[in-house]
Design a protein around this ligand. Structure first.
Ligand code: TYM
Length: 338
């Protein structure tokens, strides 16, 4: 049997809950921009239906959706090269999500570490949506037959689950309709860590604002946060090996590498022996020079919400053209009359 060929297509998404962080930028958006205009068709999405798996104030959700869209655009996503839209405008995501809820097994969902982390001891009080979230994520990807999904390390398990869902669907319905999507987790910043604790991921929801860089932080805040970032007393080593068991130091080197489009090895080669008194200000200056133009542009875009909404609506129109036939074909395969 010949394998079906799928158009090389990238899909990825970001939740509009809280603001964007440096982790989202380096682990996701910057890489999305890098994949644009090349071998892949690129589809990027503000996943608002995922955001409401935990409570979101309605007015803030609309604003956060525009802010993430502004972040994509300001960082270089070009609506003439990529499809950019918000998830709820393309109802096929939710419709395929339901079908995948009937394909995914409870045992698979019970293994999802992100649910366990988020739910903590309060699993009984979480929404059913938070639990089913990875199956909607599989639908986001597979409603476009996406072949590649660039994400940070924390989403790897969800992309693997997407493959499991595709494989089970294909097996159960004796078809090869859905591709087995590849996660793309590359570069020095696939897991940007918290600036106060190098063993924890930098996230939007951490307790203290000092532990993360927000995309809308001003130059002073960025400098202050890097200068106060926790480190150990030793200077930078001669080789990358010397950063083993030094998670905070490693994180700052990785961030430096990602911001300057180089490798951690090259950063160490350039700064070997430097103390933090020299490295941290250099990192802060680099971050400000890279992030300030993006946050300025985000601010400018946010002043014209109607224009952002227009871009998202036009992206959704293009997304539907790909998604609708895939949904209809899925309904046929499943035997749903239409
Ligand atoms: P979300 O909104 O939590 O994060 C968006 C993207 O940013 C990456 N990321 C990071 N990368 C490196 N270091 C960090 N500290 C860091 N924090 C966040 C995430 O890995 C992600 O790539 N479930 C997804 C959203 C989603 C999605 C999808 C992604 C929904 N459907 C389909 C891909 C394909 C999420 O919550 O990402």
């Amino acid at each position: 049997m010949t394998e079906p060929t799928f158009t090389p297509r990238v899909f990825s998404g970001i939740k509009p809950s809280g603001g964007l962080t440096l982790g989202n930028y380096l682990g996701a958006i910057k890489r999305f921009v890098g994949m644009q205009g090349g071998a892949f068709e690129t589809i990027y999405c503000v996943v608002d239906l995922h955001a409401i798996t935990v409570w979101q104030d309605p007015a803030e959700l609309a604003q956060a959706t525009r802010e993430v869209a502004a972040g994509f655009l300001a960082a270089g996503i070009d609506p003439s090269k990529s499809i950019l839209f918000n998830q709820s405008m393309v109802s096929a995501h939710a419709e395929l999500g339901w079908i995948f809820n009937c394909v995914a097994r409870l045992g698979w969902m019970n293994r999802m570490t992100q649910f366990k982390e988020k739910a903590g001891k309060n699993a009984e009080k979480q929404s059913l949506g938070l639990y089913a979230y990875p199956s909607l994520m599989a639908a986001d990807i597979l409603i476009y037959h996406a072949t590649h999904v660039p994400v940070g390390e924390d989403q790897k398990q969800h992309v693997e689950l997407t493959r499991d869902i595709a494989a089970k669907f294909n097996h159960d319905y004796k078809t090869d309709f859905f591709p087995l999507t590849e996660p793309v987790i590359e570069g020095p910043a696939t897991r940007v860590m918290n600036l106060r604790d190098g063993t924890k991921k930098m996230s939007k929801s951490g307790e203290s604002d000092m532990e993360r860089i927000n995309m809308l932080d001003d130059a002073d805040a960025i400098s202050k946060k890097f200068k106060k970032a926790r480190t150990d007393p030793a200077p930078l080593p001669e080789t990358l090996d010397g950063l083993k068991d030094r998670p905070e130091a490693r994180n700052l080197v990785d961030i430096y590498a990602a911001l300057s489009d180089t490798t951690p090895e090259a950063v160490i080669a350039e700064h070997a022996g430097a103390g933090w008194g020299a490295f941290k200000p250099a990192l802060a200056d680099l971050a400000v020079s890279k992030l300030a133009p993006i946050s300025d542009e985000m601010g400018r875009l946010m002043n014209d919400p109607a224009e952002i909404d227009r871009i998202l609506r036009s992206g959704a129109d293009k997304a539907r053209v790909i998604a609708e036939p895939i949904l209809q074909r899925t309904y046929d395969i499943v035997g749903l009359l239409r």
